[in-house]
Design a protein around this ligand. Sequence first.
Ligand code: C5P
Length: 253
Amino acid sequence: MGSPASPSVVTAGERGPARACDRLIIALDTSSWEQALQWVDCLPQVLWWKVGLELFTAVGSPILRALKERGKRIFLDLKLHDIPNTVGRATQVAVGYGVDLLTIHASGGSAMLRAAAEAAQSSPCRLLAVTLLTSLSPEQVQQELCIGKDPANYALHLAQLAQAQGFTGLVCSPQEVARLRQIFGSDVLLVTPGIRLSPSFTGDDPTEDDQQRIWTPARALQAGADYLVVGRPVTAAPDPVIAFQQLCDAVAH
Ligand code: C5P
């Protein structure tokens, strides 16, 4: 296992870093270069940052360089999905930036997944397969996408497809994490968004104040997650430094 301070890779079998707070990946969900770096610089204790479609589309690869110059580890969440040749080439470019984690949609099929895996095989970057977006309701999955399986089993099917092509990491919802850990064992890296300390943290819909829907950091880690992705509970908090510290306290216990 790499030391959290080192630029070491998230190697196959790594179950997460030694420092509990380094299990937190903070999402830079903004289109503003200045805002992104303000978050990074006001939270020097954060090791892992997620760059997603919004920020990458707005400012491009220089943000990755800026993060690397600050010694950060990078989750590039591009959720690639295209023909195999295009995804393979895009993966090659993305891993060339020195990112640590990169997402690929599992629903692109085995040839696409294999093209990505081959493009990344000599790189320290670990690819994460995205199965089914949790934003899709069971009705949408069935009626709009015409998928006969229920969402949980369809997500599992896609996870197995990705694993067969050499993927050793998955993005999954907290609801799925325990089952995936049980099925895939300790070698798979499970990265879980959808984390809240409490609904009041973000001003989320109070109807979500429900133990079934609120996954605290401790609960997600206990279920088997390796890394937790957190966005607005930190970046939209009145004081992101305090919010991050509260999350660190929560993952440490
Ligand atoms: O909701 P929050 O602001 O904590 O989300 C942080 C990140 O997690 C976002 O960048 C989003 O892309 C990702 N996310 C996800 N699936 C979810 C919820 C959030 O991939 N169900």
